[in-house]
Ligand binder design. Structure first.
Ligand SMILES: [Zn+2]
Length: 107
């Protein structure tokens, strides 16, 4: 059986920052799978002695937003973070809507 890659997985690389709509947190990609990414979540133990451990988690491609590329065209250059209803995402200069604060400067 052929494993089909999820379309959203195409632009993701190891080391990219991804946002999970499910967990509402941002994490760095440690491993890539055809339809999911493996991230390492730092968890703080509440028991004594307190310890910070990295717990691997699988995030399905449907639940994540890649914060290292432009959301619309997938570019990695000249991107900046926008916030929409509290969910961060990246937009490059070319895909930024012209009605932003930048057009007001006239530059
Ligand atoms: Zn773009």
């Amino acid at each position: 059986m052929k494993i089909r890659q999820h379309p959203r997985m195409q632009g993701i690389q190891v080391g990219d920052e991804v946002y999970s709509h499910l967990h509402k947190i941002v994490a760095r990609v440690a491993e890539l799978f055809p339809a999911a990414v493996c991230v390492k979540i730092a968890t703080l133990s509440v028991e004594e002695p307190m310890a910070l451990t990295l717990t691997p988690q699988l995030w399905p491609a449907d639940d994540i937003e890649n914060l290292s590329v432009c959301r619309y065209c997938g570019r990695r250059e000249q991107i900046r973070t926008l916030n929409e209803a509290g969910i961060p995402f990246q937009v490059c200069r070319l895909c930024t809507p012209p009605t932003g604060e930048e057009s007001a400067t006239g530059a």
